[in-house]
Every structure is written in C-alpha cells, then in structure tokens.
Design a protein around this ligand. Structure first.
Ligand code: KG4
Ligand code: ZN
Length: 339
C-alpha cells in the first residue's frame, strides 16, 4: 500500500495540507490569507484565526483530492516551527488530535528543513533531477535567509544566516516604499524586468563571514528616495522600474557573493535554492549564468513547492517516517526552532 503521509503547514499566513505517497505528491492544497494585504504585512492574530477557519476544509480537500480515506494514513507530519506561535498552534493541535484519534505516528517538522527537502519531492520522469549529497542550499524567503550545508535528508548545518532582515522582507519593505502592496517581491520582479539595474547604487553590507544583512539596504533605499522626492515629487512614478531593477540587483549581488564564497570554501558545486524568493527571475538568471561560468549544477523546486506549502512538510515527514523519527503527544510548537 505504500507510505502515506499527511503534511500540515501553518507557520505563517498560508494554511496548507498535502498527501504524499512514497515521496510522490497526491495533493497539495493551499488557502492563502488575503486579510493581511491591507495592513502591509502579516498580522499574527488575524493569521491564527484564519488558520482555525481554514484547517478542516483544507485537510478535507487534500484528502478527497488525493482520493484516499483518513484510515489509510501512515502518519501525520506538521510544522512545529519556526514561525508565528499562534499560527503554529493551530496546525500542531490539529495534527496531535488527528494522530491520537487514528492511533498513527505524529511527526514534527522543522519548516526550514522542509523548504530544503522540497528538492526531493519526486516527480514522474524527473527522479534523477535531484541534488546529490552534500549540496549547498540558499534558503531565501520572507522570513529566512540562510546558507545551509545539506549532508543528508536529516543532517544539515547552517553555515550562514541573516543577522537582521530576510531577503524577501527587504523586497517587501522596499516595495512598500514604492507604494506596492504586500507581498511586494513579485511586483518588484515584474517592474525590474523593464528597468535599468545600473541606474542607482545602494549600500551593501560587508560582513566578514557567510552571514547576510539587509536592514542597511532597506534604510539606504528609503533615504535615497526621501532625498530625491525633495527635488521631484514624481520621482517614484518616474523611475519605479529603475528603482526596482537596481534594488533587485543589489539584493541578488549580496546573495550571490556569499554563495560563491561558500562554494569555494567547501568545494561543493551542487547548489539548491529554496523559499519564495527562488521565484525571482533576476536571481534565477544570475544563478544560471554563474553556473555556466563556475560549473555549478543548480536545483530549484517547482514554484508551488518553493513558497510555503504542505507538500514540503509531507516529504520531510516521509523521510522522518522511514527513519522512525516520531514525536510525542506532549510536543508543543517552537516559534524559534532551529535546524
Ligand atoms: O517562502 P515564502 O512563500 O514564505 C515565507 O516563508 O516567507 O516566501 C515569501 C516571500 C515574500 O517576501 C515574497 O515577496 C517573496 O517571497 N517573493 C519574491 C518573489 N516571489 C515571492 N521576491 C522576489 N521576487 C519574486 N518573484
Ligand atoms: Zn517558509
């Protein structure tokens, strides 16, 4: 019958449930929360309330579109952290209840590890198109920016991380300065496509190790625009595309600089990219150009599995199930869980 894992993701503002059979996705259902858009960012209390409303219909739909009954599940895997505590509590409590009532194993999943293991979601005909261990993974999303050395499915080490904002957060906050609604990252990407990336220069951090910093860039962007607006009240309107392109290029440069050092230091040329910012077209183009030049092999999960989703939680649950790595009913969410 195979191993059937139900994965539940509720760490931020997406309620998602997925059924994975022997590593292949049978369903991956998502309810996004539009309620945050008008606030310019995720409001934690509204997020947890929306998760409570969404979780049962989302799980129900994931099960029915997978075409399996709840009695067939081998285990339930859920995101324990990191994330917003109130949001995590909804997925954790639901999963505990389900595992208890069905008397099946409960598996806790680290959201960051799940983003990375999204690379191993099996797809018909593409089974060989997965990174080989060890590989380097650049995890870039709205909440995280990390460089991870991945030795095995369940053996990873963070070798660099942001000391302040995440890359996606930098996109979103700068987009807000341009008057774009949350999440601004994809909108910046679109504008940047027709802008001049060399038009403006913004400050880059100079950290000695593999760590990242984006808060200085955000401030430099904000102050630059504030100064320009004094001379030209239409500056943002007039130069929106150039601003987006120049900002995007700076973020990509910052990300690439450390990735290149990490690859050089470790000798690893298999590079995975995970998280929502992996969708950025400028980052993708830069990566593939560098790959040609440096003999890298690049792996990027499909967009549906790059942004927050439950299939990545279910695939992590699958590997933990094989390793018999189960958790107890006394488990509680951990908003600051680390790899
Ligand atoms: O992984 P994700 O869905 O959620 C988090 O765990 O944060 O990532 C969302 C982030 C947001 O900051 C969003 O603006 C950014 O990914 N993002 C992008 C693009 N698509 C999503 N940033 C730049 N360019 C994009 N095309
Ligand atoms: Zn995420």
């Amino acid at each position: 019958m195979g191993v059937l894992i139900l994965g539940i993701e509720s760490s931020c503002d997406d309620t998602s449930a997925s059924v994975v059979k022997d590593g292949y996705v049978l369903s991956n259902v998502m309810a996004s929360q539009e309620v945050h858009q008008r606030y310019g960012g995720v409001v934690p209390e509204l997020a947890s309330r929306a998760h409570q409303q969404n979780i049962i219909p989302v799980v129900d739909y994931a099960m029915s579109s997978a075409g399996i009954g709840i009695e067939k599940l081998s285990a339930v895997a859920f995101t324990r952290g990191p994330g917003l505590l109130g949001s995590l509590l909804v997925g954790t409590s639901f999963s505990k209840g389900l595992a208890l009532s069905r008397n099946i194993p409960l598996i806790e999943v680290n959201h960051l590890q799940a983003h990375i293991l999204a690379h191993f979601i099996a797809q018909e005909g593409k089974e060989d198109d997965q990174p080989k261990f060890p590989f380097l993974c650049l995890l870039v999303s709205g909440g995280h920016t990390q460089l991870v050395l991945v030795n095995d499915y369940l053996d990873m080490k963070i070798i660099g991380r942001t000391i302040d904002d995440a890359a996606g957060e930098a996109f979103d906050k700068c987009a807000k300065v341009l008057g774009l609604r949350y999440p601004g990252g994809p909108k910046m990407d679109k504008l940047a496509a027709t802008g001049d990336a060399e038009a403006f220069t913004f400050s880059k951090p100079s950290l000695p190790d593999l760590n990242y910093s984006f808060s200085g860039l955000k401030t430099s962007f904000l102050y630059f625009i504030r100064d320009q607006l004094k001379n030209n009240a239409n500056f943002i309107q007039d130069r929106k595309n150039d601003l987006a392109a120049s900002l995007q290029k700076t973020i990509i440069d910052i990300l690439m600089d450390k990735l290149i050092v990490a690859s050089r230091n470790t000798g690893i040329t298999q590079i995975g990219i995970a998280g929502g910012v992996a969708a950025n077209s400028g980052l993708r183009t830069t990566l593939f150009n560098e790959a040609k030049y440096r003999n890298w092999k690049i792996f990027i999960p499909d967009f549906n599995y790059s942004t927050d989703n439950a299939a990545m939680v279910a695939i992590t649950g699958y590997y933990k199930y094989l390793a018999k790595d189960f958790t107890k009913q006394t488990i509680v969410p951990d908003a600051r869980l680390n790899i």
